[in-house]
Write a new protein. Structure first.
Length: 184
């Protein structure tokens, strides 16, 4: 991603760093954006503490991500689908971080917090490999049997070929600011 970004913006200051150890001085940045990151972190609170540190007072933070446990997939077997979604979610260190954005930001000391949700509705057959991977992952984790994975994937393939595939992904967007110091 950095290589592609450097091609697009050769003048940009692009760095690779640990989210909990950013290569910036205290209060150096006026903005911080993390997209589809917090679900992959073992310690989202450490990353937010670091974001707070590098933001200038009044600086803005924006977090964008999906809650991996709230995916919506149409199926003839809703219980099996829930099992598959939960098993896939649990492969991430913090699969429910997006639903926690408000609390995480409050705990880190941010102010003026807003949270919005948008839902992407995907009905195209190009989603089929991802859904099949969800079933295969659930089987690998022994949450479902091989037959259940095969049958569910076959159903999703049928839905895809008949224009009935339905996969909805709620995406949460949270923004806040680092408060200005109190004046006397």
């Amino acid at each position: 991603m950095i290589a592609a970004a450097r091609q697009r913006r050769p003048e940009g200051d692009l760095r690779v760093a640990d989210a909990s150890q950013l290569p910036f001085a205290d209060g150096e940045l006026s903005g911080y954006r993390a997209e589809k990151l917090f679900h992959a972190l073992d310690e989202p609170t450490a990353a937010l503490a670091e974001a707070y540190r590098v933001l200038t007072p009044g600086g803005r933070i924006v977090l964008i991500g999906q809650d991996w446990d709230t995916l919506v997939i149409d199926s003839d077997d809703p219980q099996l689908t829930r099992t598959i979604v939960h098993a896939r979610a649990d492969t991430f260190p913090s699969p429910r971080a997006a639903r926690q954005y408000r609390s995480l930001l409050l705990d880190a000391g941010f102010a003026d917090i807003t949270v919005e949700a948008r839902t992407g509705v995907l009905t195209d057959a190009t989603m089929l490999p991802m859904l099949t991977d969800f079933a295969n992952t659930a089987h690998t984790l022994e949450a479902i049997t091989a037959d259940q994975a095969r049958e569910w994937s076959t159903e999703q393939a049928r839905r895809a070929t008949t224009g009935r595939l339905f996969f909805a992904v709620p995406v949460f967007l949270a923004s806040a600011r680092r408060p200005e110091p109190a004046t006397s």
